[in-house]
Write a protein that binds this ligand. Structure first.
Ligand code: NAD
Ligand code: UFG
Length: 338
């Protein structure tokens, strides 16, 4: 089976490519490298000993997408291609709506023209909004998002669901990721954010490797056990495995199905810093700063549905996540840059 990874050179896409190739699937990647490097796909090939067909193209470019579908018989698409920086989305909402929504519409149109009926979509816990109480369940209504990035995910979920109502052949799997961290255990691929990292774990890793002075912990006065925010961190290889199982599910079913992918265990920011220090025997300088706008005190997943229907369960613990992050960062201090 041939799987098209839209945005497949990125952090989650490259790890999913490894999992799919290891499971015997053929992989085609399309990426415009707006937040990634072609080197990531080369490393995927090196790691797996398998070839990946790669297209440097914008997923919004319909003619380019038509050519990719004409040259490859695609059985299922996984749509990772999105802009994802929450703060930037507040500054550049139109760019976020344009890129994220347009990529989704273009994929759906070209899939329909080409007779491809299956799509797995990178959604986010952010669609649960501010009012739902953790643990989040798929049966909860989507909520009010606190930023344009979150709204793009919510809107794209709606677009994909509407498409399955109209097209009875279409199969959509919405994967709501919680907080992916970690790296492939080889240390050959990992998260390589451009500029100053927005997310906690890459920031910690860059402090540990000496690229940044110290971590600022955004707020220590939240109503949580230690005052810092709690999240459901999930190893990126567990997430990748969830995609393999979602593809299997998508090709055998019709309509829309939603799955949370998280571990169900919340950890605070301080838990993560302490676990990183302990697992890797390295000091991480930090200070407390003000709260970051839009952060919720805590949320985590109920992933029973993914367990029951997909047979998926997270296998890696926090120590694995911290060790594998550091293995990648210490072997690649500047990321994919030589
Ligand atoms: P990433 O930025 O590393 O990967 C996204 C990839 O898509 C990049 O390689 C980028 O170059 C590419 N891309 C973006 N727009 C494109 C376009 N128009 N045409 C072609 N390529 C394009 O991000 P990631 O962490 O791997 O996230 C993958 C998906 O998962 C995103 O949709 C993101 O919103 C979603 N998600 C991520 C997280 C997280 O914490 N990492 C959490 C929830 C959901
Ligand atoms: N944090 C810090 N200092 C930093 C960075 C983060 O203290 O330098 C804190 C945040 O305040 C938060 C926690 O670490 O309490 C996690 O923050 P991240 O930015 O790593 O993750 P978020 O939970 O804010 O958001 C992530 C993704 C979103 C996604 C969401 C839910 O970035 O795309 O998970 O899936 F929507």
């Amino acid at each position: 089976m041939k799987i098209l990874l839209a945005g497949g050179a990125g952090y989650i896409g490259s790890h999913t490519a490894v999992a799919l190739l290891d499971a015997g699937y053929d992989v085609v990647v399309v990426d415009n490298y707006c937040n990634s490097s072609p080197e990531a796909v080369k490393r995927v090939e090196e790691l797996t000993g398998k070839n990946v067909v790669v297209y440097a193209a914008d997923v919004k470019d319909k003619a380019a997408m038509q050519q990719i579908f004409a040259e490859n018989k695609i059985d299922c698409v996984i749509h990772f291609a999105g802009l994802k920086a929450v703060g930037e989305s507040v500054q550049k909402p139109i760019a976020y709506y344009r890129n994220n929504i347009d990529t989704t519409l273009t994929l759906l149109e070209v899939m329909a023209e080409s007779g491809c009926h299956n799509i797995v979509f990178s959604s986010s816990a952010t669609v649960y909004g501010e009012k739902n109480a953790a643990p989040y369940m798929e049966t909860m209504e989507r909520g009010t998002c606190s930023n344009p990035y979150g709204w793009t995910k919510s809107m794209m979920e709606q677009i994909l669901q509407d498409a399955t109502v109209a097209d009875k052949d279409l199969s959509v799997v919405l994967l709501r990721y919680f907080n992916p961290i970690g790296a492939h255990e080889s240390g050959m691929i990992g998260e390589d954010p451009q500029g100053i990292p927005n997310n906690l774990m890459p920031y910690i890793a860059q402090v540990a490797v000496g690229r940044r002075d110290k971590l600022t912990i955004f707020g220590n006065d939240y109503p949580t056990p230690d005052g810092t925010c709690r999240r459901d961190y999930i190893h990126v290889m567990d997430l990748a495995d969830g995609h393999v199982k979602a593809v299997d599910f998508a090709v055998k079913n019709k309509g829309t199905e939603i799955f949370n992918l998280g571990t169900g265990t919340p950890y605070s920011v301080l838990d993560i810093v302490n676990a990183f220090e302990k697992s890797n025997n390295i000091k991480v300088n930090y200070e407390f700063g003000p709260r970051r706008a839009g952060d919720l005190p805590e949320f985590w997943a109920n992933s029973d549905k993914a367990h029951e229907i997909l047979g998926w369960v997270a296998k890696h613990d926090l120590e694995d996540m911290c060790r594998d992050t550091w293995n990648w960062q210490s072997k690649n201090p500047q990321g994919y840059k030589k």
